[in-house]
Write a protein that binds this ligand. Sequence first.
Ligand SMILES: [Zn+2]
Length: 250
Amino acid sequence: MVLVPVVTFGLIIGSFLNVVIARVPEQRSLWMPGSTCPGCGNAIAWYDNIPLLSYLLLRGRCRACAVPIPWRYPIVEAATAALFAAAWLRFGDDVRQFVVAVAFLAALVAITVIDLRHQIIPDAITLPGVVAGFLAALATQRISWLDSIVGILAGGGLFVAVILLSRGGMGGGDLKLGAMLGAFLGWQALLVALFIAVMLGGMSAVVLLAARRVARKDAIPFGPFLAIGGAVALFWADAILAWYLGGFHR
Ligand SMILES: [Zn+2]
């Protein structure tokens, strides 16, 4: 079954994304030192650092001091593996498109969790992401380089307008993430991603306000909704646009 190596690859990248999520907001190196337990400071052995399996075998606790390992570790690993499997099923007949898709999805997973935890979207991911998205358009020809450039300008430009109008409701991190989505998706699919993000964000705000989980003045991070919109657009923007434009012209 070809999905076994793809899922394994996704679990390994998911494990790496957990390091990105823990260290990038603190501006620590991704490579040195190796992982240590935040409870007791002991180095984590390779056999206690196997994606998903170690979490299950250790029952979610450090072997040395039994401090709980956060849920987000196995969740990020499983989610990344599932997205990689979906990317293989959708893009697997073209290796270049598959590589671009999983790089894009991995960045979106890291951005989502970091924005939920810290209310920031790191430039260290989005700025290289803008360049990578443009180079990916050149390499795969899935979208034209011009659609990628227009996507970058549209994704960044729309947020400049929103930031000026809302006076602080959105941040520069959203702007750079918008530009990154435009670079990877092209402006047409970017519009699908933004539409989905605004719908999901609006619905979530209504639900959270009604449940009194947030107050009206609280800022709800928008990055996760942009990331979900970007992932949905990666897989289905063509179908959504064809359906929408087909209905429009009828
Ligand atoms: Zn420990």
